[in-house]
Design a protein around this ligand. Structure first.
Ligand code: M1P
Length: 252
């Protein structure tokens, strides 16, 4: 498309997961990554696709992120921007309906009431446009409490057990549960995973679509897009590895 003629490779797009790939989980991007992205943008089209909502991505990647990236995909692309302009969004509540949602939310909150974990804070369900995010400790815990919960969860499998209970109780709901971060999991209609963002770039007819992510294993929230037949996937452990692979791949 004409918009990308200023790039060395206008038919190539590179998409990035955010947490664990461009930034440490829920933390800000480093100047080194930000600088590298500027150089990369001269060569190819760039975008990010994260599970979080846009306000968290603005905190992490900068307030002007929808203009700095050619494509900004929040909530797996259920909220999307192209060159700073918003594209069509999806509504989780519109899809599920109030009655079914109420049953799901009540079940989740009752489960959390009975959950015996060391600390509980606030915001156990975050209601977003295209999904809900559920956190057993509560989203407004501190960074230290977030790290503690993650370590505790690795031993006690609080989130995997919670997810399994919801899968069993709501097997007729066509929902997918995705553990993408440290303290929570995302719940969205099956199919609204990160591959959803590809609908927004179909018309651009890119010849190569690269994707960089850290949770590329089965069950991780990068798995579906990483293994998609049209994607050249790159699995990384952290932002440093993203930098290293980008430098090798694009001769930067
Ligand atoms: O981007 C990955 C995840 O980041 C956050 O997870 P947590 O707060 O558990 O570390 C959330 O915004 C989540 O929705 C998102 O998938």
């Amino acid at each position: 498309m004409a918009d990308w003629q200023d790039r060395e490779h206008p038919d190539t797009i590179v998409l990035f997961d955010v947490d664990g790939t461009l930034t440490p989980a829920r933390r800000a991007v480093t100047p080194e990554v930000a600088e590298l992205l500027k150089v990369l943008k001269k060569k190819v089209v760039i975008g990010f696709v994260g599970g979080s909502d846009i306000s968290k991505q603005q905190e992490q990647l900068g307030p002007n992120v929808i203009n700095e990236f050619d494509f900004a995909f929040s909530e797996n692309g259920l909220t999307a921007y192209r060159l700073g302009k918003q594209l069509a969004s999806q509504s989780f509540i519109g899809w599920i309906g109030e009655e079914k949602y109420k049953k799901l939310a009540n079940f989740i909150l009752k489960y959390i009431v009975d959950l015996d974990i060391p600390k509980k804070r606030g915001t156990f369900i975050e209601f977003r446009s295209g999904m809900i995010n559920v956190s057993p400790i509560g989203r407004n815990c501190s960074i230290e409490e977030r790290n503690e919960f993650e370590a505790y969860d690795k031993i006690h499998n609080i989130r995997p057990k919670f997810v399994q209970t919801l899968k069993d109780a709501f097997s007729d709901y066509s929902l997918t549960y995705s553990i993408g971060g440290q303290i929570s999991f995302d719940v969205f209609p099956t199919g609204w995973d990160k591959t959803y963002c590809l609908k927004h770039i179909e018309a651009e007819r890119f010849k190569t679509i690269h994707f960089f992510g850290d949770k590329t294993y089965e069950g991780g929230n990068d798995y579906e897009i990483y293994t998609h037949p049209e994607i050249t996937g790159h699995s990384v452990k952290n932002p440093d590895e993203t930098i290293k692979k980008l430098k090798e791949l694009f001769n930067i």
